[in-house]
Design a protein around this ligand. Structure first.
Ligand SMILES: *Cc1c(COP(=O)(O)O)cnc(C)c1O
Length: 637
């Protein structure tokens, strides 16, 4: 059997090309479920009788049901954003897998609740298996790690910070407990607050042996609350997702305890400055609650040097005897690690990797991917403490599916509301799944078993390595490279004697391509920003029905508040003076995540590009016309 996945067979397709199969399986899901119902105690009689079905108000209720659904369908068709089309290049959205839709619908009919195994005997297993898949993808030892599905990356980040917080406070709790304090005898408060994550977890093992784990746990922040500033600083890059602000707020840690790390010209955490900041905190004696690296920043798709963070932690351990928790926010980029794994899920050597890409035509000659430091960053992910990843982004699975994975599953007991210890009781061979009670060990409570089934099914069909997701994600990466190259060399658009030049912000680490238009000769950054904002409006739902648009994208504004002066490198490259940057303090950019799997063909792409040039010409013409009209009405007034 050919194990390489055929990408075109994974999606319904922009024109519903695979409709026959899709409908057949959708019907199969529904029919099977109906059999399941009628087969349950066939001796029981039907309770909705034909007589009841002939009541006028019965039929009336069905009419109203139909009416509501027709209304909903028309609303959806009228205003939803058509992610499935290659004309949509904006947020991290594209067509999503048929297998996940079908698995979701099929499972939804059974309405399972993954809060507790008694409400989801099948789907809790599927969730744990999907979690293992992700752990394996990240290079964690599957028998020692743990992962599960969340509603999204936001909640996964909350959970990452939640375990980091509770872990950080655990040594203080031990020191406070009469029966346990000998475990940390002689340690100063400073030392207690700077222990290695694994050393703290080893102590929890000891507490469990002594039967005092629960008691001590209640003396940690979870019982005692958070003393302001006590647990130290969270270091996050300026490129962070705003869920980190919410997380610090929500967990009582306070946003003022965030230390923002500057980013470099590639919008990655500036390694040198990260070092300086970290070492300064170490010298001051300020504990580091955790360090966040972003793999695939939300706005630029940039990949932080995770390997440098690990090196820095080692250095701190050696020099200062101080350690900290490392979380990788790979909500966007996490699935990309599958691009580096061979068919046996082993992380490939760089040269072998590139050779494999050429051989299997995943990344053709001439496409710059992966950059060496991006490769190193992905490789290093296996060493970090926890990772957020979103199946509903680059997993090509519909909402709602995020995930959190943790390298050392003992950490879950720190947030668990289960009598300890989830995993020991529900070990692989115990067969006693009744003790798996997800709801008591995670942030959420009741949750859709259907979402877990959707992720699980995708992972079964599309291996999390080069033979599966490698092909799917590779298509977007290659298309993004082509798109960025076209933008970098595009001839200006000439509209009524005015010339507009388009350029990319930078060559992407992953598949987010940011770009702006600039009128040649107009060096006002304010004008540049309003031009791009207007283009965005004309290329999004913001100016009417998304369905009527020829091209759709997203946008963002890189501001001095968020990024410091980093964006100034781009504005000056585009010919704006530093004074313009100081005055305006932000640059408005168009932002395209290239997830579509349907443009990875040179002929097709060049056709697409020439079509897109025409669309941009039209849009710029519309804007120039608007401006002319405005100028006329001003002069008339
Ligand atoms: C999207 C994203 C999040 C938030 O994930 P949701 O699924 O939207 O909750 C967090 N971090 C990063 C880097 C993201 O790109």
């Amino acid at each position: 059997m050919n194990k390489e996945v055929n990408v075109d067979a994974l999606f319904l397709g922009p024109k519903s090309e695979n409709r026959v199969f899709y409908k057949e399986m959708m019907e199969y899901a529904i029919t099977e479920h109906m059999h399941w119902r009628s087969g349950f105690h066939p001796e029981d009689s039907a309770l909705v009788t034909p007589r009841a079905q002939h009541q006028p108000d019965f039929r009336d209720t069905l009419y109203r049901t139909e009416g509501i659904l027709r209304d909903l369908s028309s609303r959806l068709k009228n205003k939803s954003v058509p992610w499935f089309s290659p004309r949509y290049l904006g947020h991290m959205n594209a067509d999503t897998f048929m297998v996940s839709h079908l698995a979701y619908v099929m499972t939804m009919l059974y309405n399972q609740n993954n809060c507790a195994v008694e409400a989801s005997p099948v789907t809790t297993d599927l969730e744990l298996e999907a979690g293992e898949d992700l752990c394996r993808m990240f290079g964690f030892d599957v028998s020692k790690s743990w992962g599960h599905i969340t509603s999204g990356g936001t909640v996964a980040n909350y959970e990452g910070l939640w375990v980091a917080r509770n872990l950080k406070s655990m040594p203080l709790a031990i020191a406070r407990h009469e029966g346990a304090k000998d475990l940390v005898a002689g340690m100063t408060e400073h030392q207690l607050l700077n222990m290695k994550p694994t050393d703290v977890l080893d102590l929890t093992d000891e507490l469990k042996k002594r039967g005092m784990f629960e008691e001590v746990r209640e003396l940690s922040v979870r019982g005692a609350g958070v003393e302001p500033g006590k647990l130290g600083k969270l270091l996050v890059p300026r490129s962070k997702h705003y869920s980190w602000l919410k997380a610090m707020d929500l967990l009582g840690l306070g946003q003022e305890n965030i230390v923002q790390l500057d980013v470099d010209g590639n919008y990655r955490t500036d390694v040198q400055k990260m070092r300086e900041t970290t070492l300064r905190l170490m010298e001051e004696g300020t504990p580091i609650l955790g360090m966040v690296s972003v793999v695939g920043t939300t706005e630029e798709g940039s990949v932080d040097a995770v390997h440098e963070v690990l090196k820095l932690r080692e250095e701190c351990e050696e020099k200062f005897g101080s350690s900290f928790f490392i979380h990788v926010d790979a909500a966007y980029g996490g699935y990309v690690r599958s691009m580096f794994l061979d068919e046996n899920d082993q992380f490939m050597e760089y040269d072998a990797l590139v050779a494999t890409y050429r051989e299997s035509e995943i990344v053709p000659e001439g496409v710059v991917w992966p950059k060496r430091d991006v490769y190193d960053a992905f490789k290093a992910m296996s060493e970090v403490d926890s990772i957020t990843v979103d199946p509903h982004k680059v997993g090509y699975i519909q909402y709602s599916a995020g995930a959190i994975t943790m390298k050392d599953k003992r950490i879950v007991d720190l947030i668990s509301y289960h009598a300890a210890y989830v995993f020991e009781e529900a070990g692989e061979d115990s067969g006693d799944e009744h003790s798996v009670m997800l709801g008591s060990s995670i942030m959420e409570g009741s949750k859709a078993g259907a979402a877990a089934a959707a992720v699980w099914a995708a992972h079964r069909l599309v291996p999390l390595n080069i033979t599966g997701y490698g092909h799917v994600i590779g298509r977007g990466i290659v298309t993004a490279d082509w798109f960025a190259s076209k933008l970098a060399t595009a001839e200006p658009f000439v509209i009524q004697g005015r010339s507009f030049e388009v350029r990319p912000l930078m060559h992407p680490d992953f598949h987010m391509v940011n770009f702006t238009f600039k009128e040649i000769g107009n060096d006002s950054l304010a004008d540049h920003n309003s031009l791009n904002q207007r283009i965005y409006e004309l290329c999004s739902y913001a100016s009417g029905r998304a369905y009527s648009k020829d091209f759709l994208t997203s946008s963002t504004s890189l501001s001095v508040e968020e990024y410091g002066d980093t964006p100034c490198a781009y504005t000056s490259l585009r010919g704006f003076t530093d004074e313009e940057w100081q005055k305006e303090g932000s640059v408005y950019i168009l932002r395209a995540a290239i997830m579509t799997p349907f443009l990875r063909d040179e002929m097709r792409f060049s056709q697409y590009w020439s079509n897109l040039r025409d669309i941009f010409t039209q849009i710029l013409t519309e804007i120039v016309d608007e401006e002319n009209k405005k100028a006329m009405s001003h002069s008339a007034a």
